[in-house]
Design a protein around this ligand. Structure first.
Ligand code: ASP
Ligand code: MG
Length: 402
C-alpha cells in the first residue's frame, strides 16, 4: 500500500455489529453520518454485519457440514455486510444525504488468496474517490476484499472491519479513522474482571498493537499494526453514545520512566513444549502457517537449538492444541518429549521494562512461580495457571496502574 498525500477533511468511520444491530440503530447511525457531512467532512463509512449476523451465518454452515469449504464460507459471510451496507445507504438517501454502498471488491480492496484470513495487498480506491467527489457518502462493506490472483471474494478474518477501515483511511489519506464499538474505549484491563479499570484517553500505536495481539479484543491486531505503520490516528468510540470521546490511538512512547498502560489477558490457552529432531524448523514453520490460516499467531514462540534437536515452546488457544499436536506427531515429534500445559497468558503493556528492575522485582509478590515470564522493552508476558488469571490480573492492575 502506498501512502497518499492527505485529503482535507476526510474521515473514515467504522460501525461495528452492535452499532447497526437494529433498523433503529441503522437510522441513528445514518443521522450521525449525515451530521458529520453537514459539519464539513467527507465520510467513508465501513459497516459490519448487523448484530451477530456473521455468527448466525457461520452456524448455518456448520449445521450442514463439519468442515465447510473456506471459499464458500467467504461467499456466505460477506453477504452479512452486503445487507447492512445497503440498508445504511438507503437510510442516508432517505435523509436526503446522497450515499452509495460498495462491496470490498467494488471498493478496490485487493487481497491475497487466503480464504478466512486474507491480507490486504493494495487498495485502488478510485471508485470511492469518484463517489466522494460527487458529494456522496461511501458505505463500504467491512472485512472483505477480492484476490487479484484467484479472482475470488475473500474475508480478512473475524473482526476484520477494523482493518478495512484503517486500511482505507491510509489509502485515502484521511485525517483519521473512528471506530464505533460496543465499549466506551480501550480499558486498562478487562472491566468485567477489574472493577477499577479505566478508559485510556490516549495510547501509542505500538502499545495498542501489542495489546490487541495479547488479547484485547477491542481492536483487530492487524488493524492496530497498520495504523502504526501509516501513522493513522484512530479513535475508539461508543456505539451507544456516538458523540462521546473515547480512546485516541496515536503517537509513540517517549518518556524515559516506565509507564504501565494496561494489563491484557487471554484465557483457555496452552503452552505446547517439546523437542523436534529432524527437519525441526520446517515442521514448526508449517505449523505456524497452518495457525495463521486459522487466524492465530502464537504470542509465545521460543526455540532453542540443542545437539539432539530443537526445543520449542509455543502458546496457542486450547481449542487449536489437539489439531496442532496431531500435526506435530505426524511430522516426527517424539511423543515423550511433548507437553501441553493449560494456562492463561497475561501481558503487562508499557514501555521501558528493561530499565526497571524494581518493577520486575515487585512482580514476585504478585505472581508466584509463573509458568513462563518473558521481559521485553514494551511488554511482560506471564503465563500462569488458568485458575490464577483473575487474581493475578487484579493484583497487577492494582499495583502497577491503580
Ligand atoms: N462481521 C464480521 C465479524 O463479525 C466482521 C466484523 O465485524 O468486523 O467478524
Ligand atoms: Mg461482526
Amino acid at each position: 500500500m502506498e501512502e497518499k498525500t492527505s485529503t482535507a477533511q476526510l474521515v473514515v468511520q467504522k460501525y461495528g455489529g452492535t452499532s447497526v444491530g437494529t433498523i433503529e440503530r441503522i437510522k441513528s447511525v445514518a443521522a450521525h453520518i449525515a451530521k458529520t457531512v453537514r459539519q464539513g467532512e467527507q465520510v467513508v463509512a465501513v459497516i459490519s454485519a448487523m448484530g451477530n449476523h456473521t455468527d448466525d451465518l457461520l452456524g448455518m454452515a456448520q449445521s450442514i457440514s463439519k468442515d465447510p469449504p473456506r471459499r464458500e464460507l467467504d461467499m456466505l459471510l460477506t453477504a452479512g455486510e452486503r445487507i447492512s451496507m445497503a440498508l445504511m445507504s438507503i437510510a442516508l438517501n432517505d435523509l436526503g444525504q446522497k450515499a452509495i454502498s460498495l462491496t470490498g471488491s467494488q471498493s478496490g480492496i485487493i487481497t491475497d488468496t487466503v480464504h478466512g484470513n486474507a491480507r490486504i495487498a493494495k487498495i485502488g480506491a478510485f471508485r470511492i474517490q469518484e463517489n466522494l467527489a460527487q458529494g456522496q457518502v461511501v458505505i463500504v462493506a467491512g472485512f472483505q476484499g477480492v484476490s487479484a490472483e484467484s479472482k475470488e471474494v475473500t474475508t480478512l478474518g473475524r473482526g476484520g472491519s477494523d482493518l478495512s477501515a484503517i486500511a482505507l483511511a491510509g489509502a485515502l489519506g484521511a485525517r483519521g479513522c473512528q471506530l464505533y464499538k460496543d465499549v466506551d474505549g480501550v480499558y486498562s484491563a478487562d472491566p468485567r474482571l477489574v472493577k477499577s479499570a479505566k478508559v485510556i484517553q490516549k495510547i501509542s500505536w505500538d502499545a495498542m498493537t501489542l495489546m490487541s495481539w495479547a488479547g484485547a479484543s477491542v481492536l483487530h491486531p492487524r488493524g492496530a499494526h497498520l495504523a502504526a505503520n501509516f501513522n493513522i490516528p484512530v479513535e475508539i468510540r461508543s456505539s451507544f453514545n456516538l458523540e462521546r470521546e473515547g480512546t485516541f490511538i496515536c503517537g509513540r512512547q517517549n518518556m524515559e520512566r516506565l509507564v504501565v498502560q494496561a494489563i491484557t489477558h487471554k484465557e483457555n490457552m496452552v503452552l505446547v513444549k517439546g523437542q523436534l529432531s529432524s527437519n525441526a524448523e520446517d515442521v514448526l514453520g508449517q505449523l505456524r502457517m497452518r495457525l495463521w490460516h486459522l487466524g492465530e499467531t502464537p504470542q509465545v514462540q521460543t526455540q532453542m537449538s540443542r545437539p539432539d534437536g530443537l526445543k520449542f515452546c509455543w502458546s496457542m488457544p486450547k481449542a487449536l492444541s489437539a489439531e496442532s499436536m496431531a500435526f506435530l506427531a505426524a511430522n516426527g515429534l517424539s511423543p515423550s518429549g511433548t507437553s501441553v500445559e493449560d494456562c492463561g497468558i497475561i501481558t503487562v503493556i508499557g514501555s521501558g521494562f528493561w530499565q526497571s528492575p524494581e518493577t520486575l522485582d515487585s512482580l514476585r509478590k504478585m505472581v508466584r512461580n509463573p509458568i513462563l515470564l518473558d521481559v521485553k522493552n514494551n511488554a511482560l508476558t506471564i503465563a500462569v495457571k488458568g485458575t490464577q488469571v483473575g487474581d493475578t490480573v487484579q493484583a497487577l492492575h492494582a499495583a502497577l496502574i491503580g
